[in-house]
Design a protein around this ligand. Structure first.
Ligand SMILES: NC(=O)c1ccc[n+]([C@@H]2O[C@H](COP(=O)([O-])OP(=O)(O)OC[C@H]3O[C@@H](n4cnc5c(N)ncnc54)[C@H](O)[C@@H]3O)[C@@H](O)[C@H]2O)c1
Length: 379
């Protein structure tokens, strides 16, 4: 992607993701016009921290800034829908964090409104697609797929004193672990395999029905030690398993947990087909395993000289030089802006339609858990 110095991007939300987006945009050479947080003084502090020209006063100030061509929405989930609608109305391209919205009525409306403005580009930041070896995986033909299994496991909500806005259904949505990290896995494996989930059977569990909430807010992944606490009732799941049936006959299973000690942020998948299988583990993300029945298995270490088309172009460093989580944002944004600027892209970024599909999946998973039965997606 060739940067365009006249194209401005504003970042909305200055938390964990606001920082990650700002850094990745600047590594790509994009012009970041400024950042907005919930209060003007927080916007100014974030602008000073990141060395940006503006700490915006309000979302309206961002939308009326003619130097802003695109916005990245990195606020809590409950704000995605209204902010995205307003940004589209103001004529801005939108890259929104996942999940796209709180429910499928909202995400469906965003798909519709984006389609009415085809001159504006829209996308959802399912960044894990953009590890080079996940692009290599999507380029691999395993023949007819039989099964897809895997997990996304973290430990940052293990203790009842761990707290963040995500644990409240009204802030993050009725589902938490599944929506927050499970949808990353579902987006990844369906984009690699080109399969669609047809129906689900889910068993979810709230490990801590009561959490000890600090008085005040807590940034993602920050400790709550030394803060004053009060009890709060939790309805969103800490862990769960989901059986999957894909269109075409493949079956699978996903395990998610935000309460597994020692697993900081680990996504794994194993996809098995008629002509071979493949497995990837985000804790060793510069390696992918290909399994064979009638010859020796292979382990491929990321090296652009050994990768196919898009996977090679999504590697900015030579073999032996690891690339990881922050690089996946850079490559995702290169795809998003490359598609705006008419450059070739390494792989497609997730569209609003993909984001809507994930929200529909979440609703089917919740319904299945509540009714203890198989549920068709979109039923
Ligand atoms: N793609 C990924 O890997 C990934 C990782 C983490 C989070 N996320 C997503 O990113 C989003 C943000 O998560 P986070 O972990 O950065 O949360 P966070 O709590 O660290 O940051 C959110 C920020 O938004 C600010 N904010 C709240 N209301 C606002 C408003 N009205 N206007 C402007 N700013 C406002 C908060 O003050 C905070 O600074 C969520 O939707 C989450 O699901 C994606």
């Amino acid at each position: 992607m060739k940067p365009n110095p006249d194209f401005g991007v504003a970042v909305i939300g200055a938390g964990f993701m606001g920082g990650a987006h700002t850094e990745a945009l600047r590594r790509l050479g994009m012009k970041v016009t400024g950042i907005l947080d919930v209060k003007p003084e927080l916007s100014l502090a974030a602008a000073a921290k990141f060395g940006l020209p503006h700490g915006y006063e309000s979302f309206e100030a961002v939308l009326s800034d003619p130097s802003v061509n695109a916005v990245h929405i990195t606020t809590p989930n409950k704000l995605h829908h209204a902010m995205t609608l307003a940004a589209l109305e103001a004529g801005k391209h939108v890259l929104c964090e996942k999940p796209l919205a709180m429910n499928s009525a909202e995400s469906g409306e965003l798909v519709k409104r984006a389609a009415e403005k085809p001159h504006l580009h829209t996308g959802v930041n399912y960044n894990i697609r953009f590890y080079p070896l996940n692009i290599e995986a999507r380029n691999k033909d395993l023949g007819k797929i039989h099964s897809i299994i895997g997990s996304y496991v973290q430990d940052w909500l293990l203790y009842d004193t761990d707290y963040n806005w995500r644990v409240l259904a009204e802030e993050g949505g009725a589902l938490r672990a599944v929506a927050d990290i499970g949808t990353h896995w579902l987006d990844l494996v369906t984009s690699i395999s080109c399969l669609t989930v047809e129906s689900v059977f889910a068993d979810l569990k709230v490990v801590h029905p009561i959490r000890r909430r600090p008085i005040g807010e807590v940034e993602t992944f920050k400790s709550t030690a030394d803060l004053e606490l009060k009890d709060v009732e939790i309805t969103t799941e800490d862990q769960g398993s989901v059986l999957l049936r894909f269109k075409g006959g493949a079956t699978g299973v996903l395990w998610v947990s935000q309460a597994t000690a020692g697993r900081k942020n680990r996504l794994t998948y194993e996809i098995a087909g008629a002509q071979g299988s493949m497995a990837w583990d985000s804790d060793k993300n510069n390696e992918i395993w290909f399994g064979h029945r009638s010859k020796a298995n292979e382990s491929l270490v990321k090296d652009p000289g050994l990768l196919s088309g898009g996977a090679a172009s999504a590697s900015s460093y030579p073999g032996g030089h690891a690339e990881g989580y922050p690089d996946s944002f850079k490559q995702c944004f290169a795809s998003f802006y490359g598609s705006i600027f008419g450059d070739s892209v390494s792989a497609p970024h997730a569209s609003f339609a993909d984001g809507h599909k994930e929200v529909l999946l979440c609703e089917a998973i919740l319904k299945s858990h509540q009714e203890e039965r198989w549920v068709k997606v979109g039923e």
